[in-house]
Design a protein around this ligand. Structure first.
Ligand SMILES: Cc1cc2nc3c(=O)[nH]c(=O)nc-3n(C[C@H](O)[C@H](O)[C@H](O)COP(=O)(O)OP(=O)(O)OC[C@H]3O[C@@H](n4cnc5c(N)ncnc54)[C@H](O)[C@@H]3O)c2cc1C
Length: 462
């Protein structure tokens, strides 16, 4: 994935736009929505799969990060992420899931419905979306500034030119192609493990709850591992009720020590993830009350990848920033989510290491973490933003990745209006625009109501 002048000469130009967003995950969709909403002109988003949402629709069903964890949760994300939740609610496809595994109250949604919600929101905002379009190279001028990209499609290779670029590919594919300095997961710290999520139907949830629910599940898993039964890969794993009757979704499979930017390693991880999923199915059916007649009805679209490449930006968010509740003048979003590091153990198993932001507070995330060092035409949003391994393990929930997208898209629009580079965007103006569209830049004094059906009190656009 490098720029190649020889190749570029022969590739037809398909479109020229003002803002090009690479990747249609939670960050990329919000970046495109914000850029279009702030009057950036022609906004185009490319996505390698046939649907939008990235991890939000490929493998998950719960937004974390809207609420801080703990006894007195605060709602620390608003703006476009609220619009997404409200659109899901209008379709009856959302409820609040109480904090059962440490990350705080989650907003549970129907992921298939969310694909439609992303389609509709982007179409209404006038964003041009190219699905089945994979970025393969960057076109750079003599000064190294990105001026276009090459995409691979069923119709062949095509070129897209733009004035501003937002890399929301999760893997920082555009930055990688353009030679932007990056840290790859695993280089300094073990990369977070990968997970194939799976969904089971025909679960008797009352019977499961009556038998002890989560506590009982943990005991049964630990017993099975002690006995060497079923070949379970680890002693823990979580499941939760879905937005469909008698269905559950899991985060149980763990595949460790994978470089997910290496396609052969990723392919092997896909096969291992599927194998483990059906090991868990056998265990659930035989050992867990309520699951006797249940079976797998869906695996995630691909194995879930938590981290790959993170850019070196104008600022790098650190573990100390998270745990000292850092304040920054150029904040563009807040995060109170704990550090949640899924890592391999020496005995070949896997564990999750937690680190909580003190006092249930939320730290500031600075604008400079979205600007790759020294760049004027380029932003990053989502899980490839500028952070250390530990800080990334906190600031990667989807409420935060959506908020990053909103900030990057708004900044790109402002830079076009002001005819300035990413590093010169006026921070006061950016913060005014973000506040005007409902973004939260100060944590509320009052705790939020987080009962199962009380979500509407927290999402003011409703
Ligand atoms: C197993 C797992 C469980 C998690 N659990 C939760 C949870 O319960 N709640 C929560 O809030 N967060 C959770 N997270 C974290 C969160 O989901 C992610 O950090 C977040 O979704 C990342 O969003 P993103 O938009 O940055 O990237 P992604 O969602 O990865 O989106 C990137 C998009 O870019 C596309 N793309 C990639 N490369 C290219 C290319 N070259 N050309 C074109 N398109 C490309 C991809 O197809 C994708 O659509 C979990 C993550 C994993 C992996």
């Amino acid at each position: 994935m490098t720029s190649s002048p020889l190749l570029l000469e022969k590739i037809p130009l398909f479109a020229t736009v003002d803002v090009l967003v690479v990747g249609g995950g939670s960050a990329g969709c919000c970046a495109a929505l914000a850029a279009a909403g702030e009057g950036a002109g022609a906004v185009l988003l490319i996505e390698r799969y046939g649907f939008l949402g990235g991890t939000s629709t490929q493998m998950l069903d719960t937004f974390y990060g809207f609420f801080t964890p703990g006894e007195e949760p605060r709602k620390v994300v608003g703006g476009l992420p609220d619009t997404v939740v409200n659109a899901l609610d209008a379709a009856g496809a959302v409820f609040l899931r109480p904090n059962t595994y440490g990350a705080g109250t989650g907003v549970n949604y129907n992921p298939e419905r969310l694909k439609l919600v992303w389609d509709k929101l982007l179409a209404t905002a006038g964003v041009r979306v190219l699905l089945h379009a994979t970025l393969v190279a960057a076109d750079q001028d003599a000064a190294g500034r990105i001026v276009g990209v090459v995409i691979s499609t069923k119709s062949g290779f095509l070129r897209l030119n733009a004035r501003r670029f937002i890399d929301a590919s999760g893997d920082a594919d555009l930055c990688h192609a353009a030679g932007v300095p990056l840290e790859k997961a695993g280089e300094r710290e073990p990369a977070q493990t990968l997970t194939t999520t799976f969904r089971m139907s025909n679960v008797d949830l009352p019977a499961y709850a009556a038998a002890g629910g989560k506590r009982m599940l943990m005991e049964r898993m630990a017993e099975a591992v002690e006995r060497g039964a079923h070949g379970l890969p680890r002693k823990s794993g979580s499941l939760h009720e879905m937005n469909a009757r008698g269905c559950i979704s899991t985060v149980a499979v763990r595949v460790a020590e994978v470089d997910a930017t290496d396609f052969e390693q990723l392919g092997a991880a896909e096969r291992e993830g599927r194998r483990q999923a059906f090991v868990y199915e056998g265990f659930f059916r035989e050992c867990v009350p309520g699951f006797g007649a249940a079976n797998i009805v869906g695996l995630s679209h691909q194995i879930g990848v938590r981290e790959t490449r993170r850019v070196y930006g104008e600022y790098r968010l650190t573990q100390e920033d998270c745990l000292s509740v850092a304040r920054f003048d150029d904040r563009v979003l807040l995060c109170g989510a704990p550090i949640e590091d899924h890592r391999a153990t020496k005995d070949g198993g896997a564990e999750t290491v937690w680190g909580y932001v003190p006092g249930g507070q939320a730290y500031d995330v600075p604008y400079r973490t979205l600007v790759p060092r020294g760049r004027d035409e380029l932003w990053v949003a989502g899980r490839c933003f500028s952070a250390t391994h530990d800080a990334h393990a906190s600031c990667r929930s989807m409420a935060q990745t959506m908020a990053m997208g909103q900030a990057a898209g708004t900044a790109a629009a402002l830079s076009l209006t002001a005819k300035c580079g990413a590093r010169e965007v006026s921070i006061p103006e950016l913060q005014v625009r973000l506040r005007a569209s409902g973004s939260t830049l100060e944590a509320p004094a009052q705790p939020a109501a987080t009962g199962r059906e009380e979500w509407a009190k927290n999402f003011p656009n409703n």
